[in-house]
Ligand binder design. Structure first.
Ligand SMILES: [Zn+2]
Length: 385
Protein backbone atom coordinates (compact mmCIF):
# COMPACT_ATOMS: atom_id res chain seq x y z
CA UNK A 1 0.00 0.00 0.00
CA UNK A 2 2.77 2.35 0.90
CA UNK A 3 4.64 1.75 -2.34
CA UNK A 4 1.50 2.27 -4.39
CA UNK A 5 0.87 5.54 -2.59
CA UNK A 6 4.37 6.74 -3.39
CA UNK A 7 4.05 5.82 -7.09
CA UNK A 8 0.69 7.50 -7.30
CA UNK A 9 2.20 10.58 -5.79
CA UNK A 10 5.29 10.72 -7.97
CA UNK A 11 3.91 9.63 -11.32
CA UNK A 12 2.16 12.89 -12.19
CA UNK A 13 5.23 14.78 -11.04
CA UNK A 14 7.42 12.65 -13.32
CA UNK A 15 5.15 13.27 -16.30
CA UNK A 16 5.20 16.98 -15.56
CA UNK A 17 8.99 16.87 -15.29
CA UNK A 18 9.32 15.06 -18.64
CA UNK A 19 6.95 17.47 -20.32
CA UNK A 20 8.90 20.39 -18.90
CA UNK A 21 12.18 18.88 -20.09
CA UNK A 22 10.78 18.46 -23.64
CA UNK A 23 9.50 21.99 -23.65
CA UNK A 24 12.75 23.37 -22.26
CA UNK A 25 14.82 21.57 -24.90
CA UNK A 26 12.46 22.87 -27.56
CA UNK A 27 11.98 19.42 -29.08
CA UNK A 28 8.86 19.70 -31.22
CA UNK A 29 6.43 16.82 -31.08
CA UNK A 30 5.97 15.85 -34.74
CA UNK A 31 2.36 15.58 -35.85
CA UNK A 32 1.03 12.06 -36.37
CA UNK A 33 0.77 11.39 -40.13
CA UNK A 34 -1.44 8.31 -39.84
CA UNK A 35 -4.21 9.02 -37.29
CA UNK A 36 -4.68 5.30 -36.68
CA UNK A 37 -1.20 5.01 -35.12
CA UNK A 38 0.36 6.03 -31.83
CA UNK A 39 2.96 8.80 -31.82
CA UNK A 40 5.80 6.32 -31.41
CA UNK A 41 4.64 3.92 -34.11
CA UNK A 42 4.02 6.76 -36.54
CA UNK A 43 7.40 8.35 -35.85
CA UNK A 44 9.07 5.00 -36.48
CA UNK A 45 7.55 4.78 -39.99
CA UNK A 46 9.06 8.19 -40.78
CA UNK A 47 12.50 7.11 -39.54
CA UNK A 48 12.19 3.86 -41.49
CA UNK A 49 11.30 5.72 -44.71
CA UNK A 50 14.23 8.11 -44.18
CA UNK A 51 16.71 5.30 -43.78
CA UNK A 52 15.43 2.97 -46.51
CA UNK A 53 15.06 5.74 -49.10
CA UNK A 54 18.65 6.85 -48.49
CA UNK A 55 19.68 3.31 -49.42
CA UNK A 56 17.33 3.35 -52.43
CA UNK A 57 18.93 6.60 -53.64
CA UNK A 58 22.39 5.09 -53.25
CA UNK A 59 21.44 1.84 -54.99
CA UNK A 60 19.70 3.49 -57.96
CA UNK A 61 22.65 5.85 -58.44
CA UNK A 62 25.04 2.89 -58.54
CA UNK A 63 22.73 0.88 -60.84
CA UNK A 64 21.09 3.18 -63.40
CA UNK A 65 18.33 1.94 -65.74
CA UNK A 66 19.50 -0.84 -68.04
CA UNK A 67 18.08 -3.91 -69.80
CA UNK A 68 18.07 -6.55 -68.41
CA UNK A 69 17.17 -5.23 -64.96
CA UNK A 70 19.85 -6.04 -62.39
CA UNK A 71 18.74 -7.58 -59.11
CA UNK A 72 19.92 -4.49 -57.21
CA UNK A 73 17.43 -2.30 -59.10
CA UNK A 74 14.61 -4.75 -58.66
CA UNK A 75 15.21 -4.79 -54.92
CA UNK A 76 15.46 -0.99 -54.68
CA UNK A 77 12.16 -0.61 -56.56
CA UNK A 78 10.59 -3.26 -54.32
CA UNK A 79 11.66 -1.28 -51.25
CA UNK A 80 9.96 1.78 -52.78
CA UNK A 81 6.82 -0.30 -53.45
CA UNK A 82 6.69 -1.29 -49.80
CA UNK A 83 7.08 2.26 -48.53
CA UNK A 84 4.62 3.74 -51.06
CA UNK A 85 1.93 1.23 -50.11
CA UNK A 86 1.76 2.69 -46.63
CA UNK A 87 -1.70 4.31 -46.92
CA UNK A 88 -0.41 7.67 -45.69
CA UNK A 89 2.85 7.62 -47.71
CA UNK A 90 2.17 10.94 -49.55
CA UNK A 91 2.14 12.73 -46.19
CA UNK A 92 5.36 11.26 -44.80
CA UNK A 93 8.05 13.97 -44.87
CA UNK A 94 10.93 11.64 -45.93
CA UNK A 95 8.87 10.38 -48.90
CA UNK A 96 7.99 13.94 -49.93
CA UNK A 97 11.65 14.94 -49.68
CA UNK A 98 12.80 11.88 -51.65
CA UNK A 99 10.34 12.55 -54.50
CA UNK A 100 11.00 16.29 -54.67
CA UNK A 101 14.78 15.86 -54.47
CA UNK A 102 14.73 13.45 -57.39
CA UNK A 103 12.57 15.70 -59.60
CA UNK A 104 14.74 18.70 -58.68
CA UNK A 105 17.83 16.73 -59.73
CA UNK A 106 16.05 15.81 -62.98
CA UNK A 107 15.37 19.51 -63.64
CA UNK A 108 19.03 20.39 -63.19
CA UNK A 109 20.06 17.46 -65.37
CA UNK A 110 17.69 18.52 -68.16
CA UNK A 111 19.05 22.06 -68.08
CA UNK A 112 22.56 20.67 -68.51
CA UNK A 113 21.82 17.99 -71.12
CA UNK A 114 22.23 18.29 -74.86
CA UNK A 115 21.57 15.17 -76.87
CA UNK A 116 23.86 14.37 -79.80
CA UNK A 117 22.57 10.93 -80.74
CA UNK A 118 19.37 9.00 -80.08
CA UNK A 119 17.13 10.24 -77.26
CA UNK A 120 17.41 10.91 -73.54
CA UNK A 121 14.19 9.82 -71.81
CA UNK A 122 13.31 10.96 -68.28
CA UNK A 123 10.65 9.47 -66.00
CA UNK A 124 8.59 11.77 -63.79
CA UNK A 125 5.57 11.23 -61.53
CA UNK A 126 2.99 8.58 -62.50
CA UNK A 127 2.84 8.28 -66.32
CA UNK A 128 4.93 11.39 -66.96
CA UNK A 129 7.83 11.13 -69.43
CA UNK A 130 10.07 13.60 -71.24
CA UNK A 131 11.87 12.66 -74.47
CA UNK A 132 14.73 14.80 -75.80
CA UNK A 133 16.49 14.32 -79.12
CA UNK A 134 19.10 16.57 -80.76
CA UNK A 135 16.35 18.89 -82.04
CA UNK A 136 13.18 18.55 -79.93
CA UNK A 137 11.91 17.84 -76.40
CA UNK A 138 8.51 16.19 -75.89
CA UNK A 139 6.55 16.08 -72.62
CA UNK A 140 3.86 13.46 -71.93
CA UNK A 141 1.31 13.57 -69.06
CA UNK A 142 3.58 15.74 -66.89
CA UNK A 143 2.30 16.00 -63.34
CA UNK A 144 3.45 17.73 -60.13
CA UNK A 145 2.58 14.77 -57.93
CA UNK A 146 -0.51 13.96 -55.95
CA UNK A 147 -2.12 16.66 -53.79
CA UNK A 148 -4.57 14.30 -52.08
CA UNK A 149 -5.20 10.59 -51.71
CA UNK A 150 -7.98 8.17 -50.89
CA UNK A 151 -8.22 6.15 -47.70
CA UNK A 152 -10.48 3.10 -47.43
CA UNK A 153 -11.07 2.44 -43.74
CA UNK A 154 -13.18 -0.62 -42.85
CA UNK A 155 -14.77 1.28 -39.94
CA UNK A 156 -14.78 4.91 -41.08
CA UNK A 157 -15.48 4.25 -44.77
CA UNK A 158 -13.89 6.10 -47.68
CA UNK A 159 -12.30 9.48 -47.22
CA UNK A 160 -10.08 11.88 -49.10
CA UNK A 161 -6.95 13.16 -47.38
CA UNK A 162 -5.07 16.24 -48.64
CA UNK A 163 -1.30 15.94 -49.22
CA UNK A 164 -0.26 19.53 -49.98
CA UNK A 165 3.37 18.78 -49.08
CA UNK A 166 3.86 16.22 -51.84
CA UNK A 167 3.73 18.03 -55.23
CA UNK A 168 6.81 19.75 -56.63
CA UNK A 169 7.00 23.54 -56.31
CA UNK A 170 5.70 25.87 -59.02
CA UNK A 171 9.20 27.12 -59.93
CA UNK A 172 10.16 23.56 -60.90
CA UNK A 173 7.00 23.24 -63.01
CA UNK A 174 8.07 26.35 -64.93
CA UNK A 175 11.70 25.24 -65.27
CA UNK A 176 10.66 21.81 -66.58
CA UNK A 177 8.19 23.39 -69.04
CA UNK A 178 10.98 25.72 -70.23
CA UNK A 179 13.00 22.63 -71.18
CA UNK A 180 10.21 21.20 -73.37
CA UNK A 181 8.68 22.13 -76.75
CA UNK A 182 5.24 20.53 -76.40
CA UNK A 183 3.03 18.80 -73.82
CA UNK A 184 0.79 15.87 -74.73
CA UNK A 185 -2.08 15.21 -72.26
CA UNK A 186 -3.71 11.83 -72.81
CA UNK A 187 -7.08 12.43 -71.10
CA UNK A 188 -8.94 14.43 -68.50
CA UNK A 189 -8.23 12.40 -65.36
CA UNK A 190 -6.39 14.41 -62.75
CA UNK A 191 -3.47 12.00 -62.44
CA UNK A 192 -2.65 12.82 -66.10
CA UNK A 193 -4.01 16.32 -66.76
CA UNK A 194 -2.27 18.78 -64.40
CA UNK A 195 -3.45 22.36 -64.86
CA UNK A 196 -0.23 23.84 -63.46
CA UNK A 197 1.88 22.14 -66.12
CA UNK A 198 -0.61 22.94 -68.89
CA UNK A 199 -0.72 26.61 -67.84
CA UNK A 200 3.09 26.83 -67.74
CA UNK A 201 3.33 25.52 -71.31
CA UNK A 202 0.58 27.89 -72.52
CA UNK A 203 2.27 30.85 -70.75
CA UNK A 204 5.50 29.99 -72.54
CA UNK A 205 3.73 29.86 -75.92
CA UNK A 206 4.05 26.10 -76.31
CA UNK A 207 1.30 23.78 -77.59
CA UNK A 208 -0.60 21.51 -75.21
CA UNK A 209 -2.20 18.70 -77.21
CA UNK A 210 -5.21 17.02 -75.59
CA UNK A 211 -8.44 15.21 -76.47
CA UNK A 212 -11.81 16.96 -76.02
CA UNK A 213 -13.04 17.43 -72.47
CA UNK A 214 -9.79 18.20 -70.65
CA UNK A 215 -10.00 20.97 -67.98
CA UNK A 216 -13.77 21.47 -68.32
CA UNK A 217 -15.06 24.79 -66.94
CA UNK A 218 -11.60 26.37 -67.20
CA UNK A 219 -10.17 29.01 -69.53
CA UNK A 220 -7.38 26.55 -70.16
CA UNK A 221 -9.76 24.36 -72.18
CA UNK A 222 -9.95 26.98 -74.93
CA UNK A 223 -6.15 27.14 -75.22
CA UNK A 224 -5.53 23.45 -75.80
CA UNK A 225 -4.67 22.01 -79.20
CA UNK A 226 -7.36 19.44 -79.95
CA UNK A 227 -6.28 17.42 -82.99
CA UNK A 228 -8.39 14.94 -84.99
CA UNK A 229 -8.31 11.49 -83.42
CA UNK A 230 -7.86 9.31 -86.52
CA UNK A 231 -5.77 6.16 -86.81
CA UNK A 232 -5.20 6.68 -90.53
CA UNK A 233 -4.11 10.32 -90.35
CA UNK A 234 -0.48 11.46 -90.21
CA UNK A 235 -0.65 15.07 -88.96
CA UNK A 236 1.79 17.95 -88.59
CA UNK A 237 2.23 20.04 -85.46
CA UNK A 238 4.33 23.23 -85.48
CA UNK A 239 6.57 23.69 -82.43
CA UNK A 240 9.35 26.11 -81.39
CA UNK A 241 7.26 29.05 -82.68
CA UNK A 242 7.02 27.41 -86.08
CA UNK A 243 10.76 26.77 -86.47
CA UNK A 244 10.15 23.02 -86.55
CA UNK A 245 7.31 20.57 -87.15
CA UNK A 246 6.51 17.23 -85.62
CA UNK A 247 4.67 14.51 -87.48
CA UNK A 248 2.25 12.50 -85.41
CA UNK A 249 -0.71 10.15 -85.36
CA UNK A 250 -3.37 10.67 -82.70
CA UNK A 251 -5.03 7.29 -82.23
CA UNK A 252 -8.64 7.42 -81.00
CA UNK A 253 -8.10 5.60 -77.72
CA UNK A 254 -10.40 5.31 -74.73
CA UNK A 255 -10.17 4.55 -71.07
CA UNK A 256 -12.45 1.55 -70.63
CA UNK A 257 -15.07 1.49 -73.43
CA UNK A 258 -17.48 3.76 -75.21
CA UNK A 259 -18.66 6.08 -72.47
CA UNK A 260 -15.23 6.19 -70.83
CA UNK A 261 -13.26 9.37 -71.46
CA UNK A 262 -11.49 9.77 -74.82
CA UNK A 263 -7.81 8.96 -74.37
CA UNK A 264 -5.27 10.10 -76.95
CA UNK A 265 -2.68 7.49 -77.85
CA UNK A 266 -0.04 9.52 -79.68
CA UNK A 267 2.76 8.32 -81.93
CA UNK A 268 5.20 11.20 -82.45
CA UNK A 269 7.94 11.32 -85.09
CA UNK A 270 10.91 13.59 -84.35
CA UNK A 271 12.87 15.35 -87.10
CA UNK A 272 15.48 12.57 -86.72
CA UNK A 273 12.76 10.11 -87.80
CA UNK A 274 12.67 8.42 -84.41
CA UNK A 275 9.19 7.62 -83.09
CA UNK A 276 7.77 7.65 -79.59
CA UNK A 277 4.33 6.38 -78.53
CA UNK A 278 2.57 7.24 -75.25
CA UNK A 279 -0.73 5.57 -74.46
CA UNK A 280 -2.06 7.45 -71.43
CA UNK A 281 -4.61 5.23 -69.70
CA UNK A 282 -5.56 3.16 -72.73
CA UNK A 283 -7.65 0.15 -71.76
CA UNK A 284 -10.52 -1.79 -73.33
CA UNK A 285 -12.62 -3.24 -70.57
CA UNK A 286 -14.50 -5.55 -70.25
CA UNK A 287 -11.90 -7.55 -72.12
CA UNK A 288 -11.83 -9.62 -74.27
CA UNK A 289 -15.52 -8.94 -74.95
CA UNK A 290 -14.91 -5.33 -75.93
CA UNK A 291 -12.46 -5.18 -78.84
CA UNK A 292 -13.06 -1.82 -80.48
CA UNK A 293 -9.63 -0.20 -80.08
CA UNK A 294 -7.70 -3.33 -80.97
CA UNK A 295 -8.84 -2.74 -84.56
CA UNK A 296 -6.09 -0.11 -84.80
CA UNK A 297 -3.82 -1.23 -81.95
CA UNK A 298 -3.10 -4.56 -83.65
CA UNK A 299 -2.08 -2.83 -86.87
CA UNK A 300 0.18 0.07 -85.85
CA UNK A 301 3.39 -1.86 -86.63
CA UNK A 302 2.21 -2.66 -90.17
CA UNK A 303 2.40 1.01 -91.10
CA UNK A 304 5.03 2.51 -88.79
CA UNK A 305 8.35 1.63 -87.18
CA UNK A 306 8.04 2.45 -83.49
CA UNK A 307 11.17 3.09 -81.45
CA UNK A 308 9.84 3.49 -77.91
CA UNK A 309 6.46 2.66 -76.37
CA UNK A 310 5.54 4.29 -73.06
CA UNK A 311 2.59 2.23 -71.83
CA UNK A 312 0.52 2.24 -68.66
CA UNK A 313 1.59 -0.82 -66.69
CA UNK A 314 -1.96 -1.65 -65.64
CA UNK A 315 -3.65 -2.04 -69.03
CA UNK A 316 -5.03 -5.56 -69.06
CA UNK A 317 -3.62 -7.01 -72.29
CA UNK A 318 -0.33 -5.09 -72.22
CA UNK A 319 1.37 -7.84 -74.22
CA UNK A 320 -1.07 -7.57 -77.14
CA UNK A 321 -0.86 -3.77 -76.96
CA UNK A 322 2.95 -4.01 -77.19
CA UNK A 323 2.83 -6.45 -80.11
CA UNK A 324 0.54 -4.05 -81.94
CA UNK A 325 3.14 -1.28 -81.74
CA UNK A 326 6.10 -3.71 -81.92
CA UNK A 327 8.56 -1.19 -80.41
CA UNK A 328 12.32 -1.48 -79.96
CA UNK A 329 11.94 -0.57 -76.27
CA UNK A 330 9.03 -0.67 -73.79
CA UNK A 331 8.87 1.77 -70.88
CA UNK A 332 6.02 0.85 -68.50
CA UNK A 333 4.65 3.83 -66.55
CA UNK A 334 1.85 4.67 -64.12
CA UNK A 335 3.35 2.76 -61.19
CA UNK A 336 2.70 4.02 -57.67
CA UNK A 337 0.03 6.60 -58.43
CA UNK A 338 -0.43 7.59 -54.82
CA UNK A 339 -3.86 9.19 -55.20
CA UNK A 340 -5.41 5.74 -55.38
CA UNK A 341 -6.22 3.42 -52.50
CA UNK A 342 -3.26 1.13 -51.92
CA UNK A 343 -4.65 -1.92 -53.76
CA UNK A 344 -4.82 0.28 -56.90
CA UNK A 345 -1.53 2.19 -56.70
CA UNK A 346 0.08 -0.58 -58.84
CA UNK A 347 3.58 -1.48 -57.66
CA UNK A 348 6.75 -1.83 -59.72
CA UNK A 349 6.55 -5.60 -59.14
CA UNK A 350 3.29 -5.67 -61.10
CA UNK A 351 0.58 -7.32 -58.96
CA UNK A 352 -0.60 -8.96 -62.21
CA UNK A 353 -2.54 -11.80 -60.59
CA UNK A 354 -4.89 -9.59 -58.58
CA UNK A 355 -5.28 -7.03 -61.37
CA UNK A 356 -5.71 -9.74 -64.05
CA UNK A 357 -2.91 -8.41 -66.25
CA UNK A 358 -0.59 -10.27 -68.60
CA UNK A 359 2.39 -8.10 -67.63
CA UNK A 360 4.42 -11.26 -66.76
CA UNK A 361 4.03 -12.45 -70.38
CA UNK A 362 5.47 -9.16 -71.62
CA UNK A 363 8.40 -9.44 -69.19
CA UNK A 364 9.04 -13.02 -70.36
CA UNK A 365 8.96 -12.02 -74.04
CA UNK A 366 11.81 -10.84 -76.26
CA UNK A 367 10.73 -7.20 -75.91
CA UNK A 368 13.23 -5.13 -73.89
CA UNK A 369 11.27 -3.73 -70.94
CA UNK A 370 12.84 -0.99 -68.84
CA UNK A 371 11.30 0.10 -65.53
CA UNK A 372 12.34 3.54 -64.33
CA UNK A 373 11.36 5.54 -61.29
CA UNK A 374 11.02 9.23 -60.35
CA UNK A 375 13.79 11.38 -61.80
CA UNK A 376 15.66 8.64 -63.65
CA UNK A 377 16.66 8.75 -67.31
CA UNK A 378 17.81 6.44 -70.07
CA UNK A 379 19.80 7.15 -73.22
CA UNK A 380 18.04 5.38 -76.06
CA UNK A 381 20.12 4.81 -79.18
CA UNK A 382 18.37 3.20 -82.16
CA UNK A 383 20.11 0.09 -83.42
CA UNK A 384 21.75 0.43 -86.83
CA UNK A 385 19.45 -0.92 -89.56
ZN1 LIG B 1 -4.31 7.10 -64.75
Amino acid sequence: MRIRYRLAFFAPAMILLCATTWAEEGAPVPPVVDPRLTQDDDAYLNRQAQSLLATVDETLAAHPPVVPEPLERRLALAVMDGLLHDVYAPNRPPIQAFYQRRIEQLTGAMEATQVQEGARIWKLYNHGFIVRTATVTLGFDLHRGVAGFRVNDPKEGKSSVPSPGFPIRQDFVERIARQCDVLFISHLHRDHADDAFAQAFIDQGKPVVAPPGVFPNSDLATKLTVLPREAGLLQRLPIQNGARELELVVYPGQQYQSGGPPNNVVLVFTPEKMSFAHNGDQINDPYPEYQEDFKWIDQVHEKYDVDVLMTNCWTNDIFRFTRGFDPKLVLPGHQNELGHPIWDRVPYWGDAEFLKLNYPELLASDYPVLVMTWGESYHYIPAMP
